[in-house]
Design a protein around this ligand. Structure first.
Ligand code: 6PG
Length: 471
């Protein structure tokens, strides 16, 4: 009897996803170059699961029913190509290879073309939720060939997270749409994490809250309209004690952030296709800036004397920071989703925005109750170009904008860096301004470079021979 699925790459994510699949009644074989991992796989299998570890690729391929459905969970980039080089000669017409890692969408396009010339299907599938999500129910963003997708659909629906009994997985569109949606998910993830860190800094250095108080604030936020995975884990982080010292662990962690590339790709993509996502850009660049630790130390000694004034009313201040975080987060989602709208046109993905926010409601890192409101907005208008244009969302924005302005003002006045908060507000103000001052930029461009301009009162393209005024 052959196995339903195959998994290549038995690191934490691959292994957890494999057990999740097996637990849902699908038999599955696993392969990894590391034999230890293959052995551990069978040892860790619970009763009732049909799991087999394969020590050679040949054995692995032979074990699978046809058309074969092989999931790759290996690091993005060269490792994916290396696996494909080894496995494609062993496959037969109609087999499906599913890349579940954070691959760059252009790489997926290339691999789709490559494999289709061999009559094989290649699909890019975004999987979010970390280790735990992979095991107990992630959010899954599949894209690619529709017929191949339908073969996988029952399994994807079974293993994904559920919200109101509905699976957190849906078809995200053609080609590499699945990877693209996951990339933007990560860009939004970067932005929200940046914003949370800024709120933390304002509460810590501004309101002088200690970790126990921070825990209480995040707990309260998580119990209300800001309920989300990232707020929840932040709450818990403030209670984690260090095992090496008597301090809280968060205070012992070096302030240099790592990044594996998906945030950067999101920003590059937005620039490439002309979409404004400044809060995501800022989140990427803030991680870069954080790595200049030594220079920051030097500069902090040079530019001393920044005095932080106590907020007048602490509980009002905490509420304002909460509103700022809520609204800046909403604006970050708005930026990311607007990138998906444009990318869908640009690359012909056909991304259903309504389904994107629907499947992000559970399982993934950026899950939050706010997504329920976006889902309602796209239900009202599936072609909404920006969620800020939805009338009900606009009511929410109006409730929170004062807190965002006051928080941004406090941060600026007190020299507390808050790039994410400032750009979210700046984006909102530009987006909601009828006449921007770029008429002047157009005049300058035409002045020095004859780049031409359009007029507000008549059609056509104009150029003026601008006169210098000598006095
Ligand atoms: C997820 C995460 C996951 C991973 C990111 C982190 O949705 O489960 O986004 O994909 O944690 O790759 O990326 P950085 O290492 O770049 O922060």
């Amino acid at each position: 009897e052959r196995y339903h699925y195959g998994m290549i790459g038995l690191g934490v994510m691959g292994r957890n996803l494999l057990y999740n699949i097996a637990e849902n009644g699908f038999s599955i074989a696993g392969f990894d170059l590391d034999e230890e991992k293959v052995k551990e796989l069978e040892e860790g299998t619970a009763s009732g699961m049909k799991v087999k570890g394969a020590l050679t690729l040949e054995d692995f391929v032979e074990t699978l029913e046809t058309p074969r459905k092989i999931i790759l969970m290996v690091p993005a980039g060269k490792p994916v190509d290396a696996v494909l080089d080894n496995i494609t000669p062993l496959l037969s017409k109609g087999d499906i290879v599913i890349d579940a890692g954070n691959s760059y969408f252009m790489d997926t396009n290339r691999r789709i073309a490559d494999l289709s010339s061999k009559d094989l299907h290649f699909m890019g599938i975004g999987v979010s939720g970390g280790e735990k999500g992979a095991r107990t129910g992630p959010s899954i963003m599949p894209g690619g060939d529709v017929e191949a997708f339908h073969l996988l659909k029952p399994m994807l629906e079974a293993i994904s997270a559920k919200v109101n009994n509905e699976p957190c997985t849906a078809y995200m569109g053609k080609g590499s749409a699945g990877n693209y949606v996951k990339m933007v998910h990560n860009g939004i993830e970067y932005a929200i994490m940046q914003l949370i860190s800024e709120a933390y800094d304002l509460l810590k250095r501004g309101a002088k809250l200690n970790n126990d108080q921070l825990y209480e604030v995040f707990k309260e936020w998580n119990n209300g309209e800001m309920n989300s995975f990232l707020i929840e884990i932040t709450r818990d982080i403030f209670q984690q004690k260090d095992s090496l010292t008597d301090n809280y662990l968060v205070d012992q962690i070096l302030d240099k952030a790592g990044a594996k590339g998906t945030g950067k790709w999101t920003s590059e993509q937005a620039m490439e296709i002309g979409v404004s996502i400044p809060t995501i850009d800022t989140a990427v660049t803030s991680r870069i800036l954080s790595a200049y630790k030594e220079e920051r130390v030097q500069a902090s000694r040079l530019y001393t004397g920044k005095e932080i004034t106590d907020p007048e009313d602490i509980s009002l201040f905490i509420n304002e920071v909460g509103d700022a975080l809520f609204l800046a987060t909403l604006i970050s989602y708005a930026q990311g989703l607007s990138l998906l709208v444009k990318a869908s046109e640009e690359y012909g993905f056909g991304i259903p925005l309504k389904d994107v926010v629907k499947i992000w409601r559970g399982g993934c890192i950026i899950r939050s109750v706010l997504l329920e409101k976006f889902y309602a907005a796209y239900t009202r208008d599936p072609n909404l170009s920006n969620i800020l244009l939805d009338p009900e969302i606009s009511e929410l924005v109006k409730l929170k904008i004062k807190g965002l302005r006051k928080t941004a003002g406090y941060a600026v006045a007190n020299g507390i860096s808050s790039l994410g908060i400032q750009t979210a507000l700046g984006y909102f103000d530009a987006y909601s301004t009828e006449s921007l001052p770029v008429n002047l930029i157009q005049a300058q461009r035409d002045y020095f470079g004859a780049h031409t301009y359009q007029r507000i009162d008549r059609e056509g393209v104009f150029h003026t021979s601008w006169q210098s005024v000598n006095n």
